[in-house]
Ligand binder design. Structure first.
Ligand SMILES: Cc1cc2nc3c(=O)[nH]c(=O)nc-3n(C[C@H](O)[C@H](O)[C@H](O)COP(=O)(O)OP(=O)(O)OC[C@H]3O[C@@H](n4cnc5c(N)ncnc54)[C@H](O)[C@@H]3O)c2cc1C
Length: 246
């Protein structure tokens, strides 16, 4: 059930290039949610006798097992996220309402998770919960403008080391050390590619790509382009799930 909860900003981490991680400390219990769901965040005070204020939606990047902290990852795009950049400081108050969304990985089939930039936040809670005996194959395709904006690279390295059925390929749009296409990764390291995420860039790395379910999270142009490419490769539309941002 959706609940509205006032929160204090516990911390704000700037990753550069107007990308931020924000941890929120809820002042009241938050409802149960699942990895892949999202929340609405409002900067203005919510008065229960009035309408919910203007808000934007963000994937919940933190684990449902620890609801004392709610984490989001955002990049500044337009006026509202610019306001967030200016106003979100430790101690400031915000309102959230949650949970929303059906972008939930059921884990019944082998999956490919495709994340563009802050789109990774729809997958982080799921990825952090992976165990070494994970039976289904999980491949992560993670792209960002530059390698240093791949905030969850340490998580990728950790999963590569401890989950045999996990693999990853990273795409850096702008020149970044070690990201020349064709560079051979060190053993146990993710594949690296230069340029935007493309299906042709990761398809040859997948075992049984036509039997996978594809989850796409990120800007709408990315989701539309990759969906079209996947359909072109013969992936059934029922095997393509998107969390496309509007
Ligand atoms: C399911 C989902 C998950 C998302 N997760 C993330 C995430 O984890 N991290 C992240 O950075 N971004 C995420 N987004 C995108 C985010 O919600 C914002 O749309 C994006 O940051 C645009 O920034 P902005 O609001 O500053 O831009 P703006 O230009 O202010 O608005 C962008 C869009 O918001 C809508 N909008 C405009 N005015 C209003 C209004 N008054 N009330 C309501 N909507 C309005 C319009 O569709 C507009 O095109 C997600 C979006 C979706 C749909």
């Amino acid at each position: 059930m959706v609940r509205r909860v006032r929160c204090r900003v516990a911390s704000v981490i700037s990753h550069g290039e107007h990308v931020f991680t924000v941890d929120l400390a809820p002042e009241n219990p938050v409802p149960a949610f699942k990895p892949g769901q999202f929340l609405h965040l409002a900067l203005d005070e919510y008065d229960p006798s009035r309408h919910w204020p203007e808000s934007r939606v963000f994937s919940i990047a933190s684990s449902p097992r620890d609801t004392s902290r709610i984490r989001i990852l955002y990049s500044v795009i337009g006026p509202y996220t610019r306001r967030m950049e200016q106003e979100l400081r430790p101690g400031s108050a915000v309102w959230i309402k949650l949970p929303y969304g059906e972008f939930i990985i059921d884990g019944l089939q082998d999956v490919v998770l495709v994340a563009g930039g802050t789109g990774i936040s729809a997958f982080t809670a799921y990825l952090e919960a992976l165990k070494p005996d994970q039976s289904r194959r999980v491949s992560l395709v993670y792209g960002a403008r530059r390698a240093d904006l791949m905030i969850y690279r340490p998580l990728v390295a950790d999963l590569m080391a401890r989950v045999p059925n996990f693999s990853a390929v990273l795409f850096a749009e702008q020149a970044s050390p070690g990201f020349a296409t064709g560079a051979v990764p060190a053993p146990g390291c993710p594949e690296h590619r230069s340029g935007r995420i493309s299906v042709t860039g990761f398809w040859p790395l997948l075992e049984e790509p036509l039997l996978r379910v594809y989850y796409l999270s990120g800007p709408p142009q990315m989701a539309a382009a990759l969906s079209a490419e996947l359909l072109g490769q013969g992936v059934p539309s029922a095997s393509i799930r998107t969390d496309a941002w509007e």
